[in-house]
Design a protein around this ligand. Structure first.
Ligand SMILES: [Zn+2]
Length: 120
């Protein structure tokens, strides 16, 4: 399933709005109830206002009623940044599949991606 989700993330990455970096990223979330949520990165002329693909996908899931623990896995066409790793940890994904810096598609748990993370 992770590989299928990853291929879907690759397919939607072209929808990204990335006129400044041309770095297109796609992310696809699968909820435990089987629902699928897609996201792409959206840049802005004011750089810090941009949003990463994985956070866009999670925000979409939350807008449809999902909460931490409801989302089983996510596939991303790039390695998640530090801020996104915090989101992935908080939403308690079982598995995060992404293309790492070496170009390999790998699966990790959020705790592996962000050990000893911040919690409130
Ligand atoms: Zn990010």
């Amino acid at each position: 399933m992770s590989r299928e989700l990853y291929e879907r993330a690759v397919a939607i990455a072209e929808r990204a709005y990335a006129p400044y970096s041309s770095f297109h990223v796609g992310a696809v979330v699968r909820a435990r109830d089987g629902r699928i949520f897609e996201g792409v990165n959206v840049e802005n002329a004011s750089y810090p206002l941009g949003i990463c693909a994985e956070r866009a996908a999670v925000a979409r899931a939350v807008g449809e009623g999902c909460r931490p623990g409801d989302l089983e896995e996510i596939a991303i066409t790039a390695s998640p940044c530090g801020g996104c790793r915090q989101w992935l940890y908080e939403f308690k994904f079982d598995r995060v599949t992404f293309k790492n810096a070496e170009g390999e598609v790998v699966s990790r748990t959020p705790a592996e991606l962000l050990p000893e993370t911040f919690e409130l």
